[in-house]
Design a protein around this ligand. Sequence first.
Ligand code: 13P
Length: 306
Amino acid sequence: MPERTPYIAANWKMHLTRAPAVQLARDVVAQLADVTGAEVVLCPPATALDAVGRVLAGTRVLLGAQTMHWEDHGAYTGEISAPMLVDLGCRAVILGHSERRSYFGERDEEVGRKTRSAVVHDLLPIVCVGESLAEREAGSTLRVVQVQTERALEGVSRELAPGIVVAYEPLWAIGTGKVATTEQAQEVHAFIRGLLSNLHGETVAQRMRILYGGSMKPANAPDLLGQKDIDGGLIGGASLESRSRVTNTAPPFEPRDVSTSALDRALMSYPASAAYAWGRRKRPTRCPGTPPAARQRPAAGGSRAT
Ligand code: 13P
């Protein structure tokens, strides 16, 4: 079975001016200094990309943007292109987020154009798909997700497809505190994997990462990330907190999983890293009670078996 490196993306949306964005980025970098088995990307607002990029330069944490235009340049007032994002050091870009679709009228066709532009410019597109509550209740979740996924990936070659990440974000779970059950999420993720297999073959589909987004936080990340086809998270609100309740109150973990080491406290103190830590715990790399110094860490760029 191919291996997929877990991918954790923090979507800061329209929050944080430069100074607090830089501070949060510094906190995240410090907390993730020793993390090697997952890719973590921070997506600040466009105004903070440059400043946050300077903090992330030379670290393992990647810089990402929240949207872009499909053309490289032109008379598109207010827009930013893929080459401009690359110039700022971006490695990824969120595309087709439901907030862009619903508030700014972004359509599948445009998401597809943006996706093609991103892969051509070596930016990793995080393509968002997901159904509304009404669509779920009408029983059309899979159909909606199918159309969005297929249109977004249209025209992308089999060679470039593994450089795309799909994020399943049910609209009713975004910013609401309602999270999809593990069964609901896994069902849609498995369905998306099947679509990717139809489009590009099973080998490519098994290499592509599919993230879950929608009220993900340390308390629910372990169960979600424990699902076979959930390869990471796209985290909104919780990614704005660099210190979780762990540092203040009891952590939401089973006692057997709570380590007292400073590193593990740090790993749990940022949702992204907490999610990563839990993903890592799916593999028995460490027996409960093993002293931190003796535990194994995945090698740089290490991957998670799925
Ligand atoms: P929340 O994590 O705040 O629900 O947001 C999810 C999201 O929209 C990430 O892109």
